[in-house]
Design a protein around this ligand. Structure first.
Ligand code: SF4
Ligand code: SF4
Length: 148
């Protein structure tokens, strides 16, 4: 992967290469969690229930290259529209940069440590359930406020 030093401070999201764009994803897995939306306020409420394709321990998509075929509502964040931004967590690097905010200290591009997203309590690996293991009728018991 080839990226320019601190490219995220000098390029817009649209100007980034594919490698630069991919490196911004910290692998937190929060975009793979099911969320509920209040129809009136559009407020988003997180659960700890993940998409069927997420490896809930490693926090990685098990079929990344075919994810859109297998999960039609998987969020394709590029290009990042206002509607997609609505569904991303505030901690997400794409959301931060889109809002003109700096990357967090725990972001691997800042810390130099791929695991810092977990030690900071942002990654959901090992802390979530697969949707295949939780009946839909019980999802409302899995609402959770994740630390930012
Ligand atoms: S929420 Fe953002 S940073 Fe986290 S895994 Fe999804 S795209 Fe990557
Ligand atoms: S298909 Fe993969 S990337 Fe998309 S939500 Fe599911 S686990 Fe996440």
């Amino acid at each position: 992967m080839t990226t320019s030093p601190r490219f995220w401070e000098t390029k817009t999201l649209d100007e980034m290469s594919d490698a630069e764009w991919e490196s911004l994803c910290d692998g937190c897995g929060r975009c793979c969690l099911h969320k509920l939306e209040d129809e009136d306020t559009r407020d988003i409420f997180y659960t700890d229930i993940a998409c069927k394709l997420l490896d809930t321990e490693k926090c990685r998509c098990k079929h990344y290259s075919t994810r859109f075929d297998e999960v039609p509502d998987c969020l394709s964040v590029r290009p990042l529209t206002e509607e997609k931004l609505h569904w991303l967590p505030d901690s997400c690097a794409y959301a931060k940069l889109a809002k003109g905010e700096p990357l967090s200290d725990w972001h691997p591009l800042i810390s130099g440590n791929p695991n810092s997203v977990n030690t900071a309590g942002i990654g959901i690996g090992g802390r979530c359930f697969s949707e295949t293991d939780v009946p839909v009728a019980e999802w409302d018991q899995h609402l959770i406020v994740w630390a930012e």
